[in-house]
Design a protein around this ligand. Sequence first.
Ligand SMILES: Nc1ncnc2c1ncn2[C@@H]1O[C@H](COP(=O)(O)OP(=O)(O)O)[C@@H](O)[C@H]1O
Ligand SMILES: [Mg+2]
Length: 239
Amino acid sequence: MPILEGQGVTKYFGGLAAVSNVDFHVDQGEIAGLIGPNGAGKTTLFGLISAALVPNPGLIRFKGEDITGIKPHQICRKGLARTFQSVKIFPNIPVIDNVALGVHFGTPEQATATQAVEEATRLLEFVGLSAQAAVPARDLTLVNQKLLEVARALATKPKVLLLDEIMAGLNHTEVAQAMELVSKIRAQGITILMIEHVMKAIMSVCDRIMVLHHGKKIAEGTPQEIATSETVIKVYLGE
Ligand SMILES: Nc1ncnc2c1ncn2[C@@H]1O[C@H](COP(=O)(O)OP(=O)(O)O)[C@@H](O)[C@H]1O
Ligand SMILES: [Mg+2]
């Protein structure tokens, strides 16, 4: 059974169908990729899955449960976390407190302040931001702000993690590090759905790829199938 699935997922902004009748699924334990040209509806689909937006019409199921129309904090506590393409950190508080907030948000009853800081310390180490723990989050580079969002999302103890273009603007070495990080996250039993434009990363890290274009899912398959799909090549070369 898929851990996450959508049926007929649709979202209009005014007259524009940003996401149009999309069926999708993500299987437990996989790294699934979501690609498509700018404006294809990828981030909007993340908004719908993470309950920031409500599909109309459409249905989203998480762990077999219909979660359509629930609140973002509810979906987070059920075990689904995301990062944001345009980062949404708390700029004026230290990096470590950004992550500790994630611990409290994901597990509101259980964590003491000390436990939250311990867990945040571990997660900053995990994403490679230990040296920046004490600085205000606004002082991080954009690349590191994205890593901070990954740590904060992980702090909520997700079963499924949605990553929205965490590799944008990275150099070759940093892309390689980010790919390793994604693999390390999956190795902890976390299922991943990632939006990415860095084709090399998508092709080597994903088990399966879905392609959106003008709000519609136009292709789905293994990296090999997607790389050789005439439909997909036409969409990208036509841009
Ligand atoms: N909040 C919004 N209000 C109106 N239009 C939006 C909004 N968010 C996204 N759109 C539009 O929906 C389409 C899909 O956007 P988006 O999901 O951000 O695409 P992608 O992430 O694939 O680049 C675009 O045409 C975009 O301009
Ligand atoms: Mg986007």
